[in-house]
Design a protein around this ligand. Structure first.
Ligand SMILES: Cc1cc2nc3c(=O)[nH]c(=O)nc-3n(C[C@H](O)[C@H](O)[C@H](O)COP(=O)(O)OP(=O)(O)OC[C@H]3O[C@@H](n4cnc5c(N)ncnc54)[C@H](O)[C@@H]3O)c2cc1C
Length: 653
């Protein structure tokens, strides 16, 4: 429900009993108090990257003014990260209502339209948007300020302290919160605010900021500027040249996110073309996985799917194939129906994310009779992974080396050496091993043969030995064989939406009906098995009471594909920096230059783009697109931490 109204030309918040901005003009205040207050545009000139943090996004006035200043400055930094916090976000309609006053103003109309196209739902969490061709990244953190600032990673070059007055919203200006903000500042960062209250100045000064009062704007006598001291470790050196091993969804997504940051990438794959491993299926289901307690996996898949959706127009323009037709998850029994219904009630999310549908509603949506009711994901659909990978690789110039089996990575004085040889046995005859030096390496090898690494990076047997691993894998991953079944030229154009549950069924929009998939761990059978087609058929029948065509056709005409997923025991992927043994909790781990992106399991489509963005942000030492908690959940160090906890004096044994 809208909790603000116009009063004398200014937006007035009923909740806080205060105006969103001075009556002298929101745009003028943004320019004078905030943009100039932190020394912009001069301070971003000649830099690769500039990171700005704002407390109190409101209607985004400060953001639009900053974005426009960046657009019009020929000396601007190559990329701008703008992270804004708000506990009570406005929804798209409210944003539209506020900005309608400028609808005939060519300065703001195109920017507002571009933002509104991607503007996120008002649900708690991190929401990253890519604007201006991806050079301006806006991360909206819909949380109360203290939760948000603790969840943030990265150092900021500037901080806008906006928000309602300390008298109306004291938490926003508490000493504790301002101290937390100060910890997020880069050396020499600048802070600006319209608020010069004594306790705000004292709190900043207590955190070693140099505070000064300057002539104010719009009838206010003073405004505040502050400068952070030169402190903390120097920023990490951002690698100039990165080798990515693996050209599937994982490798391609991190490669494109690095290239977007101006980092030179060389992508290796043992296959002759991209996306020939697990990412080679002609279609896969894209949806998220709700849970009653909205667990980490639910948050990862939901945020990942929304990230893919928000960038989809760009990837579709580059040739990505897929359709956001919606997806169903059909219950397995009446008891399961009751549990699924309880999850919908508990999460109380906007309908575009998740609703409950009865059996007859589900059947009407699908165009086939479903066995039970279930979850309806209007935001879901299907995607062709090889076309998405190809679109990513088209987006930026990347060096690619196909048919190259990477055999070893070894440390050098300044970085890493990647050694490879031609992948096929025939090519190997007489072929010598070739190598390339680089600053950092990302291993995105899926369930493929892992190159040999320095022994010091391989964890001790106590940790990995206990986990089922495929030969030579120094990470706690296991390979899961999967077979999809495919009925070419189906006679009926059904189902109309993606149906999931015991398996999945993709609408036959590309001339085939795809369903599956089997999941057998540590099974290396390389070709299609009739028994697996049968198993997929059983899965399909558990979801829908429908046979796409006659049984003879079913037995004779099924095609399919076999591939291996790399999975972890906790079902979460492995994304982050690797470390030599015993150094997992050492901050220097982030300097090792050896990174991993694997374990996407059966959900690569939903999470690859977000996880690739997280890894690229970590490599480039920029603000992360997810909370520290979500990043910690996929950190390779989590296995060591869990083991240490198990052997800590506080455990039972
Ligand atoms: C049958 C099946 C059905 C699936 N259905 C869905 C679905 O419906 N929805 C969904 O979201 N996900 C689905 N998945 C999962 C999804 O496909 C995976 O999560 C995703 O493709 C994994 O991507 P990746 O890049 O990690 O691995 P891969 O795509 O396997 O890429 C790894 C690449 O690394 C290369 N490589 C490995 N070692 C080396 C080396 N030493 N040198 C050079 N190159 C190397 C390999 O050649 C390979 O190309 C399915 C998977 C399977 C197998």
């Amino acid at each position: 429900m809208r909790d603000w109204r116009w009063v004398d030309g200014a937006a007035f918040s009923e909740r806080f009993g205060d105006v969103y901005h001075t009556r002298a003009g929101a745009l003028g205040q943004a320019e004078t108090v905030f943009l100039r207050g932190v020394g912009l545009p001069e301070r971003w000139r000649g830099r690769r990257h500039f990171a700005l943090l704002e407390n109190g996004f409101g209607f985004g006035v400060n953001f639009f003014v900053t974005w426009r200043a960046w657009q019009h400055d020929p000396g601007r930094c190559a990329a701008l990260d703008y992270v804004a916090i708000d506990a009570f976000p406005r929804d798209r309609e409210e944003m539209g209502a506020f900005w309608r006053q400028y609808e005939n103003d060519p300065r703001w109309r195109p920017l507002v339209a571009e933002l509104l196209e991607q503007y996120p739902l008002p649900i708690p969490g991190f929401h990253r948007l890519w604007l201006d061709g991806g050079r301006v990244r806006l991360t909206l953190v819909w949380h109360e300020a203290m939760t948000a600032v603790e969840a943030l990673a990265g150092r900021f070059d500037a901080l806008y302290l906006d928000g309602f007055s300390p008298a109306k919203n004291p938490e926003m200006w508490s000493e504790f919160l301002l101290g937390a903000f100060a910890k997020r500042l880069a050396s020499g960062a600048r802070v600006a605010s319209w608020c010069t209250a004594g306790r705000v100045r004292r709190a900043l000064a207590a955190n070693r900021l140099e505070v000064r009062r300057c002539p104010g704007f719009g009838g206010k006598r003073e405004r505040l500027e502050a400068v952070a001291p030169a402190y903390g470790p120097p920023p990490r050196t951002v690698p100039k040249q990165v080798a990515v091993v693996g050209g599937g969804l994982a490798g391609a997504s991190v490669a494109v996110a690095l290239a977007e940051r101006g980092i030179a990438v060389t992508l290796f794959d043992a296959h002759a073309a991209p996306a020939q491993g697990a990412s080679g299926n002609c279609a896969g289901a894209a949806r998220w996985l709700p849970s009653f307690d909205d667990n980490l996996w639910a948050q990862w898949t939901r945020t990942g799917l929304l990230t893919l959706r928000s960038r989809w127009p760009r990837w579709a323009a580059l040739g990505a194939i897929g359709r956001w037709c919606g997806a169903l998850q059909i219950a397995k029994s009446e008891a399961h129906e009751a549990r699924m219904r309880a999850v919908v009630a508990q999460l109380a999310l906007p309908e575009s994310l998740l609703t409950w549908v009865t059996q007859s509603e589900a059947s009407a949506r699908a165009g086939v009779t479903t066995r039970f009711g279930g979850w309806w994901f209007p935001c879901g659909g299907w995607v062709t992974p090889p076309a998405l990978v190809a679109a990513w690789l088209r987006a930026y110039p990347l060096a690619t080396i196909w048919s190259a089996q990477v055999t070893a990575i070894t440390p050098t004085e300044n970085g890493w050496r990647v050694a490879w040889r031609p992948a096929s046995a025939a090519d190997t005859q007489g072929a010598s091993v070739r190598s390339m030096d680089c600053d950092a390496v990302v291993l995105a090898t899926g369930a493929g043969a892992v190159p040999s690494w320095p022994r010091s990076f391989v964890q001790d047997g106590m940790m990995w030995g206990a986990m089922p691993a495929y030969p030579g894998a120094p990470l706690p991953l296991h390979a899961v064989r999967g077979q999809v079944s495919c009925l070419p030229h189906p006679r009926e154009a059904r189902p109309r939406v993606v149906v999931t549950g015991s398996g999945y069924l993709i609408p036959p929009e590309r001339g085939f009906l795809l369903f599956g998939a089997t999941a057998t761990p540590d099974d290396w059978h390389p070709t299609l098995r009739q028994s697996d087609h049968e198993a997929n058929w059983q899965r399909l029948q558990a979801m829908v009471d429908w046979q796409p065509t006659d049984l003879a056709m079913r037995n004779a005409g099924l095609a399919g594909r076999v591939a291996w997923r790399a999975a972890t025991q906790d079902h979460l992927p492995i994304v982050g920096a690797l470390a030599p043994s015993g150094r997992w909790d050492d901050p220097k781990r982030w300097h090792s230059g050896l990174w991993v992106f694997n374990g996407l399991g059966a959900r690569g489509i939903a999470i690859a783009a977000l996880a690739g963005e997280l890894l690229a942000s970590q490599i480039a030492d920029e603000p992360w697109p997810v909370s520290r908690r979500l990043a910690a959940a996929v950190d390779p160090a989590r296995f060591v931490r869990r083991r240490n906890l198990l052997h800590s004096p506080f455990s039972d044994s």
